[in-house]
Design a binder for this molecule. Structure first.
Ligand code: PRP
Length: 182
């Protein structure tokens, strides 16, 4: 990996091979659970695009995709419990088998809001697939149907997760040296 990453990296939490093996398993499990059906995956921008791209290529059932974008982490609206939709779905999900795909669930605010919102649109079914579960941070309960990894309460980046817009394209998940963000 490039020097610019080694300069800021503290510890590799999840190596690329570990992530790929788990994403392959999740793809198999979802393909088995949805056998004979057509899944509609909703990616939550921006963090989920890397995970969604790999997960999608491990599905053996027909799949379609759409994306949503919600207010960014730490914004005033979010801490107040209100999640703002910046980009909505372009297609109707009524009668479809929907899976929301997220990179990480932290407080649970974003996902609980999205689940409630999408339920009102009458999908045939609605499930949630997250790569990382930081369950020690949860303030709002949210049902998770597929989870890649349980992780500790550390600030992690890579594989879709960013610090100041960077490191999303690093193929593994790592922590930053504290001096980078303090
Ligand atoms: C992250 C993640 C979730 C949310 C989880 O997004 O992708 O959407 O935070 O946090 P919560 O459980 O406390 O609601 P972020 O706001 O960092 O935006 P990004 O995906 O565009 O980086």
């Amino acid at each position: 990996m490039a020097d610019y990453v080694e300069e800021v990296r503290q510890e590799i939490l999840l190596p690329a091979e570990t992530i790929q093996a788990r994403v392959t398993e999740l793809g198999r499990q979802i393909s088995s659970d949805y056998r004979g059906r057509h899944v509609f995956l909703v990616g939550v921008l921006k963090g989920a695009w890397v995970f969604l791209a790999d997960l999608a290529r491990n599905l053996t059932v027909p799949a379609s995709f759409d994306f949503m974008s919600v207010s960014s982490y730490g914004s005033a609206t979010k801490t107040s419990g209100v999640v703002q939709i910046l980009k909505d779905l372009e297609e109707s999900i009524e009668g479809r088998d929907v899976i929301i795909v997220e990179d990480i669930v932290d407080t649970g605010l974003t996902l609980s809001y999205l689940v409630s919102l999408l339920q009102t649109r009458k999908p045939a079914s609605l499930r949630v697939c997250v790569l990382l579960d930081k369950s020690s941070r949860r303030t709002t309960a949210v049902p998770l149907d597929y989870v890649g990894f349980e992780i500790p309460d550390a600030f992690v980046v890579g594989y879709g997760l960013d610090y100041s817009g960077r490191y999303r394209n690093v193929p593994y998940i790592f922590t930053l040296r504290p001096e980078v963000y303090s």
